[in-house]
Design a protein around this ligand. Structure first.
Ligand code: 4AD
Ligand code: MG
Length: 468
């Protein structure tokens, strides 16, 4: 007897096969004719398979008639054509083995709909709901597409470190990694913390981005990408910020800002097309149950050419829009979520790439545009904004001139000696190079329509929340 997943067993070509199916009961319905219908789910797809359990099974009265949501079972039997709506097949049980009971008085996932907030309290059980099963299957598909896209394009997957001494974004929003005893911190003669007694001999942190290390490998191997967890200790309780999130960061040598934009656009289109082609059932669910606009906005990513606007042009549009924004906008300020939404949802109704941001609001590593007036100095930054999510990608061409880079670092109060290795890349065979970072969770939000970023990652880390 072969073991089949529910997904496999639901296909019409499974009819006539003897199979073993294993999973968790969603519902049980007893028929007047003395048999029961069990809805079985194993996470392989959104849909359940209907199990028909006859009254003459030896454990029918003692066990089967007591099954309820959450119980785990193995069912052996024959897959037959089903007359039921929305299903080609059903499983006629010859044997039902119960592995684990789930007391209906205690098991929280009963048939009624629970709010996303409530489900967050049950992070250990929510993967057994339709919504989280669908989110995780789509998330998995996106990760596969990410690797496929870069591998097919000749990018090498490079693992950059999680623990680092440098602050890539220069925003000071890093989690410290230390083995020092907080109650007994060693101090030097001047009273400062003596890091020479710490594990790494210096202040160290969880990485906010693998970019700086990625640049090292791109300027040797040509095209690389890194894909892993990144950490930000920013105290922002919003629906699109996490303290721990996954970022994919390609970096390429001999690559200018326009190449970078083209890559980002091709990349996002590829992910969306792959999901649409491979996750039809789950996408239908998101469309019907989560957000009616999700398909439409995915079509814009898949089909429309991304608009490209300079930051200065975008500010001009926002200033002339006549909209009443909560945060007033002017040249030199960063865009807030409301501005991003206006541009992508109202003004353009499409994804947009904004480029050439003011130098003062961007990190030290971005390439300075030459020949601009001093009070409007810009850098070759690019942000990709999509409807409903806003900024999904942040990237830039990197400063490749040693003197300009050194001056920028000093301007931003960085200790250039700490970045001697980064400066070496500009001293020895420097090249124009560029890259970007895509926040995986924001991509999952864009694709699924899930409103809150806490609901597209298995275990969200946000201020005050790291229980399990
Ligand atoms: O714009 P960011 O900060 O850019 C960088 O970190 C660059 N070093 C990337 C690079 O050029 N290699 O972050 C990139 C993306 C954002 O556009 C957003 O999608 C996501 O990472 N992101 C977050 N996602 C969830 N929670 C947070 N707190 C995030 N911060 C950034
Ligand atoms: Mg950014």
């Amino acid at each position: 007897m072969e073991k089949l997943s529910v997904r496999e067993a639901r296909l019409a070509d499974a009819i006539g096969r003897q199979a073993l199916l294993q999973g968790w009961i969603r519902t049980r319905r007893d028929s007047k004719g003395g048999f029961s219908f069990l809805e079985l789910n194993d996470g392989s797809c959104l849909a359940n398979i209907q199990v028909v359990a006859d009254g003459d099974l030896p454990n029918y009265e003692s066990e089967i008639k007591h099954l309820s949501a959450g119980c785990s079972v193995s069912v052996r039997g024959e897959i037959k054509a089903s007359g039921g709506k929305g299903q080609a097949t059903e499983l006629h049980a010859a044997d039902v083995t119960v592995h684990g009971w789930a007391d209906p008085e205690e098991f929280p996932l009963q048939k009624k709909r629970h709010s996303m907030e409530k489900l967050r309290e049950w992070a250990h059980l929510r993967p057994r709901t339709n919504t989280f099963g669908a989110v995780m299957r789509v998330r998995n598909r996106i990760c596969r597409s990410i690797h496929d896209f870069f591998q097919e394009d000749g990018f090498l997957y490079i693992h950059t470190p999680i623990i680092t001494a440098s602050d890539c974004e220069g925003a000071g929003e890093m989690f410290r990694v230390t083995t020092l005893d907080p109650e007994n911190v060693p101090r030097d003669a001047k009273g400062a913390v003596d890091f020479s007694q710490d594990f790494f001999d210096r202040p160290s942190y969880l990485t906010v981005s693998g970019q700086l290390e990625g640049e090292i490998y791109a300027t040797a191997l040509g095209k690389i990408y890194t894909f892993g967890p990144t950490f930000r200790a920013e105290n922002s309780n919003t629906s699109r910020h996490l303290a721990e999130f996954w970022m994919v960061e390609p970096e390429a040598a001999f690559f200018e800002l326009t190449d970078n934009m083209n890559l980002a656009e091709r990349f996002l289109k590829r992910i969306v097309n792959d999901v649409l082609a491979n996750c039809e059932e789950d996408m239908q669910f998101f469309h019907e149950r989560i957000d009616k606009t999700v398909m439409e906005s995915l079509q814009t990513i898949a089909e429309r050419n991304f608009e490209r606007l300079s930051y200065t042009e975008a500010i001009d549009i926002l200033e002339k829009s006549g909209e009443k924004f909560e945060f007033p906008i002017a040249w030199g300020t960063d865009l807030q979520a409301e501005h991003e939404r206006f541009l992508t949802e109202k003004h353009l109704k499409a994804p947009v790439i904004l480029y050439d941001y003011p130098a003062a609001i961007k990190p030290f590593y971005m390439k300075v545009n030459e020949g601009e007036v001093e009070n409007r100095r810009t850098v070759r930054a690019m942000d990709v904004l999509v409807p409903r999510v806003g900024e999904i990608i942040g990237g830039s061409q990197r400063e490749d001139q040693l003197d300009v880079l050194t001056a920028r670092m000093e301007e931003q109060g960085l200790n250039t000696a700490d970045y001697w290795w980064y400066l070496d890349l500009r001293k020895f065979g420097t090249v124009p190079h560029s890259g970007f970072g895509l926040g995986l969770e924001r991509m999952v939000q864009a694709v699924t329509g899930m409103a809150n970023i806490r609901d597209v990652i298995p275990f969200p880390r946000t201020p005050g929340n790291a229980e399990f």
